[in-house]
Design a protein around this ligand. Structure first.
Ligand SMILES: [Zn+2]
Length: 463
């Protein structure tokens, strides 16, 4: 039997734009073009030359735009989408009250339809923000088994790539914790060779996961299955880990062999130097979420300290939004504002998007992810941002934080598919999704209010 590969997919060319080929050591091309075929980039170069080489290629007009590699969000919570405008009906006076008065009620109120809708809303916003790969951290205690597949199918319909996990926690009892573990394991196994959607091991945070659960997860986790966990977001995590389990969050994870180069340690706001050095030694990545940290009033990550300790730091939105360039700008401004230092912010922060791309490339077995070069996944976005001054490899970050980060995204291309063209989403019916969400939100909020608040007895009241 002879193989018949079938017709090759057509070549497409994005033309006439300022192209930044990476977030670390980029090439910058004026009047450049990106040619791609199927899911892969064929070439990045001079627009005239590429059009001459591929005269039949369909053209995507990028004129007056700035092209960046598709953005990666290293920490999102799709499930928070329908919380916007929700009145918790009580004062959320500290981090514990934000959890048990808001998030731990909302996630319990989620059902199949609102899990799907929440994902669809966040994915649409991600596309609008030029994001092509998302790491999501999911919780829906009333529907654990199969919840990640609901999200994965939404990711596939949207045309993006994602690494998904379920937040294992004992806060609803040990049975639920094990069900969360099993959901991570089953999903990761089923997507082990998937090109665009993979699984990993999710934990809520040290202070809500008991030792038996950590041990069970460490014993059962699949080879190469990284951990995605909130670490020291608030001092509460440190205090309760010590009080209830007799050890600090990272020491608890480390005892079970859960810190390695596939660990995403989210926040790390309250870690000291010793802990950060442990993360650096193991090759773990800190995921910084500056907007969420400010919103929750939990403090700021010491980026200089993290850099001095050798940590690699990536960037997420933590469900606050899906806009990575907004998060990048917030990270930059938080450093300057927090330190009252107008010279700060040009170390660590400029590397975050490159760290995100490298991590995503490892989890998805796509080493070229985040670089616009031949053979890499065709993931990129085009900002409506004609640079007013020359763009050089050394000033891309300045262009972003002093203007382009706030520019609308005109086109988003994910794995070769134009998922937004001229500001119009092509894979998501945004108006229908928004209408469905507005219709579903009141019932979700009713379930939320009916759940009331009962602070777990092990969670202390504010000191
Ligand atoms: Zn989070």
């Amino acid at each position: 039997m002879t193989g018949n590969p079938g017709p090759s997919p057509p070549v497409r060319i994005l033309t006439a734009a300022t192209i930044v080929t990476a977030f670390s050591e980029p090439r910058v091309l004026d009047h450049g073009a990106v040619a791609w075929q199927g899911e892969r980039i064929l070439a990045v170069g001079d627009a005239g030359e590429l059009i001459a080489q591929h005269p039949d290629a369909a053209i995507l007009d990028g004129s007056g735009g700035m092209v960046l590699p598709g953005l990666v969000n290293l920490h999102h919570h799709f499930y928070s989408s329908l919380a916007r405008g929700l009145d918790p009906g009580r004062r959320l006076g500290d981090f514990g009250e934000i959890l048990d008065g808001l998030w731990w009620r909302l996630d319990r109120a989620l059902d199949r339809d609102t899990i799907r809708l929440s994902a669809e809303l966040a994915l649409a916003d991600s596309i609008r923000s030029g994001v092509t790969t998302v790491f999501d951290h999911h919780a829906s205690p009333s529907l654990i088994g199969g919840s990640l597949e609901i999200i994965a199918e939404a990711v596939e319909r949207a045309g993006l790539a994602a690494v998904l996990c379920y937040e294992i926690t004992d806060r609803n009892g040990h049975e639920d914790a094990i069900e969360g573990l099993n959901e991570n394991l089953a999903f990761s196994e089923s997507r082990r060779h998937d090109a665009r959607v993979r699984g990993m091991l999710g934990f809520h945070a040290s202070f809500t996961v008991d030792d038996a659960t950590l041990r069970a997860a460490a014993d059962a986790r699949l080879a190469g299955m990284g951990c995605h966990i909130h670490v020291a977001e608030d001092a509460l995590d440190l205090r309760m880990s010590h009080v209830v389990y007799g050890a600090a969050p990272l020491q608890r994870l480390d005892r079970h062999g859960l810190i390695d180069d596939r660990t995403l340690a989210v926040h790390c706001t309250h870690l000291g130097s010793d802990d950060r050095q442990l993360l650096a030694e193991r090759g773990a990545v800190i995921v910084h979420n500056p907007e969420s940290n400010a919103n929750n009033g939990v403090g700021r990550l010491d980026l200089d300290g993290a850099a001095a300790d050798g940590c690699r730091v990536g960037l997420g939105t933590d469900g606050m939004s899906s806009a990575m360039l907004g998060s990048l700008r917030a990270a930059f401004l938080a450093v300057r504002g927090g330190r009252r230092d107008p010279t700060a912010g040009f170390v660590v922060v400029p590397e975050m998007l490159a760290v995100n791309a490298e991590v995503a490339g490892r989890f998805l077995d796509e080493p070229g992810l985040g670089r616009l070069e031949a053979g890499a996944p065709a993931d990129f976005c085009v900002l409506d941002s004609a640079p007013p001054t020359p763009v050089t490899p050394g000033n891309v970050f300045a262009h972003l934080v002093y203007g382009s980060a706030g520019s609308p995204v005109r086109h988003t291309v994910a794995r070769g598919r134009v998922v937004m063209e001229d500001h119009r989403l092509t894979t998501v019916d945004a108006a229908a999704t928004a209408a469905e969400a507005r219709a579903a939100a009141p019932a979700l909020w009713e379930r939320f209010h009916a759940l009331g608040v009962s602070r777990p007895e092990w969670l202390p009241t504010k000191e």
